[in-house]
Design a protein around this ligand. Structure first.
Ligand code: DC
Length: 223
């Protein structure tokens, strides 16, 4: 039987984490967990309930029931029993997620769920703090990045495909704002773990990135 392994993929918004992590999980026979979706769900809860400010968010963070459910390979987010998967991908939800994710109490809850998920399962998890905090003993840690322009271009195309046309400059400004918030917060700021392999995807296709990570993962698992 193959041993249980974990692959942590961290990096800034638009680096291609979710596309790549999903494909790597499939190739490696592991489960993929998108941890950003969990912060997005918490952000949505705060918005729906008119909660703002660090103290308010900290207090309210204990209230909602946040669940991850899989429908086939697709991760659904359930907030107090309601499937909110379709509501958490808007530009507004991205900024809200970044805000609530800076609150230590929110992180504590989400990180506990994420660690529970990895227990006994082979997983590929993507986020900002997987290699530095959630799974410090991950079998392989990747820090996936790309230039700001390339990341904004990808996000812009992704939104357009989803029928949400946004000016390129706005998408770029949102990415810059999130990068700043995610890497300057006190609680588990986004940074490359010392033992992570840095992969710059600016000039790589998604397939090339997946191949690179699968190769590194097989080598790491073989030990
Ligand atoms: O990966 P994403 O764009 O869906 O993440 C949304 C926000 O959630 C991101 O701006 C920062 C936060 N996040 C985090 O702080 N830690 C994680 N492990 C995942 C996401």
């Amino acid at each position: 039987m193959q041993k249980v392994f974990s692959i942590a993929i961290d990096g800034p918004a638009g680096a291609g984490k979710s596309t790549v992590a999903k494909a790597v999980a499939k190739r490696m026979g592991a489960v993929y967990l998108d941890t950003g979706a969990m912060y997005r769900t918490m952000g949505l809860y705060m918005k729906q309930n008119g909660v703002s400010g660090t103290d308010g968010i900290a207090r309210a963070s204990a209230v909602p029931k946040v669940e991850v459910r899989f429908v086939g390979d697709d991760q659904h987010m359930i907030l107090d029993g309601v499937d909110v998967t379709g509501l958490i991908r808007t530009p507004e939800a991205s900024i809200l997620a970044s805000k609530v994710s800076a609150v230590a109490e929110v992180r504590e809850r989400m990180v506990a769920l994420q660690r529970e998920f990895a227990e006994g399962n082979s997983v590929v998890m993507d986020g900002r703090d997987i290699g530095t905090d959630v799974l410090p003993n991950a079998t392989l840690k990747i820090y996936l990045t790309a230039s700001c322009e390339v990341r904004a271009r990808r996000r812009h195309d992704e939104l357009r495909r989803a029928g949400r046309e946004e000016p390129f400059e706005k998408v770029m400004a949102d990415i810059v704002e999130r990068d700043y918030n995610d890497s300057h917060r006190a609680a588990s700021p986004m940074r490359q773990a010392k033992d992570a392999v840095r992969v710059d995807t600016s000039d790589m296709t998604a397939d090339e990135v997946v191949e690179t990570i699968v190769r590194l993962a097989r080598a790491a698992i073989a030990g």
